[in-house]
Ligand binder design. Structure first.
Ligand SMILES: [Zn+2]
Length: 117
């Protein structure tokens, strides 16, 4: 048994099915295309366990996703009605980082992206 448990990270547990239930296939698929073509830049974690990144789509959007009370929330500079493909791309990029054991830095509290979402 390991003494040190990995920090509780709900994004680590997310499955394709969870994402599809959350936003629907019509949003998951474009989000996956964005992530695959490397559209997610400067991925960072936030102190409350959320994820923040730039997503290069039609324009560059700041996107922020976080779990609040077990609910996945997406706030994005595209100001969509609900969760958008940019938020999905950020989550998929994070999962890709985990799989490759890449470190994800913590965003500073004055990160400009917080003001854009
Ligand atoms: Zn968006």
């Amino acid at each position: 048994m390991e003494d040190k448990k990995p920090e509780n990270d709900p994004f680590r547990e997310l499955t394709w099915g969870d994402l599809t239930v959350w936003v629907g296939r019509d949003t998951v698929s474009p989000g996956q295309r964005l992530q695959r073509r490397g559209a997610v830049d400067e991925l960072a974690k936030t102190p409350n366990g959320g994820l923040l990144a730039w997503v290069r789509a039609e324009e560059r959007f700041a996107a922020y996703v976080v779990f609040e009370d077990g609910e996945l929330l997406c706030r994005c500079a595209c100001h969509g009605e609900s969760a958008c493909e940019h938020g999905i791309a950020v989550i998929l990029e994070y999962i890709a980082h985990l799989k490759k054991n890449l470190t994800v830095p913590i965003a500073p509290s004055n990160d400009q992206r917080f003001y854009l979402v």
